[in-house]
Design a protein around this ligand. Structure first.
Ligand SMILES: Nc1ncnc2c1ncn2[C@@H]1O[C@H](COP(=O)(O)OP(=O)(O)OP(=O)(O)O)[C@@H](O)[C@H]1O
Length: 261
């Protein structure tokens, strides 16, 4: 499915990130290709989060380069990365529980009323925001959420992830990064989120999926980036390897054949 002859949409080269004496990223490379779901797996502390943070502006790497659509980027903050089209959905979602679904979708980019009311009085165009939120959620098949004005704190974990992913998909993102999206969810909710991930890919948006859940990874990923000791050990095709191989590579119990590296 993934065409690796294309230019990567997001890439990291030789990334290094040190925290004191800990080297979280040790000359790490990374590539995400158009239209794919790339899973990033690795043992605890292997440096997966550090990698994702380095390519999404949440940390500034000590060394190395990040490229978006082939152009070197130097994100100083997650806002820079977001403005460039990289949306990251963390497990601890950046949402305001007391606000409605619609408000949460627009956080920081609210629509103002047209004309002087919006420009000078800063009045929000609630009707337009609600319509947009409703349209986006239904496009992604998330209309099990009945009321767009419902507070996010009344939603289930899966629905919250859904709103966060819909938000990311709604604002013309080029890349969506999901950090452990199913970790806190039950079986049914996880299923919905996995379907949503596939829907987002079907809409042409590539996804980076960090997960410890091997069945989920093997179910949806086109390629699997295996991270060990701060760097990419290899990338495998889930069709060529099974879960026990992946775990063995991850933990060092087995070495990948060099062809896959
Ligand atoms: N802010 C920080 N300050 C100090 N050390 C850090 C910091 N963030 C990460 N580290 C260290 O860097 C290493 C890599 O951590 P990172 O969170 O990137 O790994 P991970 O693969 O995402 O782990 P997990 O699967 O447990 O979330 C670890 O040794 C961690 O303790």
């Amino acid at each position: 499915m993934t065409d690796t002859s294309q230019q990567p949409i997001l890439a990291g080269r030789n990334l290094v990130k040190r925290y004191g004496r800990v080297t979280a990223l040790d000359h790490c490379d990374f590539e995400l290709y158009p239209g794919e779901i790339l899973a990033v797996i690795g043992d605890n502390g292997a440096g997966k989060s550090s990698l994702i943070k380095a390519v999404s502006g949440a940390v500034i790497p000590d060394e190395g380069e990040v490229f978006l659509e082939g152009k070197r980027v130097r994100f100083q903050s997650p806002l820079d990365a977001r403005a460039a089209g990289i949306e990251t959905v963390y497990q601890q979602l950046a949402m305001s529980p007391a606000l409605s679904i619609a408000d949460n979708m627009f956080m920081g980019r609210e629509l103002r009323k047209p004309g002087w009311r919006g420009k000078w009085l800063r009045q929000l165009d609630r009707a337009a925001m609600e319509k947009f939120a409703r349209d986006k959620l239904s496009e992604l098949g998330l209309m099990t959420i009945q009321n767009i004005n419902q507070a996010v704190e009344t939603l289930s974990g899966g629905q919250r992830q859904g709103v966060a992913v819909a938000r990311a998909a709604a604002f013309g993102s080029k890349v969506i990064i999901l950090d452990e999206p199913t970790a806190a969810l039950g079986v049914k909710e996880s299923r919905r989120v996995l379907e949503l991930i596939l829907d987002v890919r079907a809409r042409g948006i590539p996804i980076v999926l960090i997960s410890h859940n091997m069945p989920h990874v093997f179910e949806v990923a086109d390629r699997i980036h295996i991270h060990r000791l701060g760097k990419r050990l290899c990338v495998i095709d889930p069709k060529d390897h099974d879960m026990s191989d992946a775990v063995a590579f991850m933990t060092g119990a087995k070495e990948p054949e060099s062809a896959a590296a």
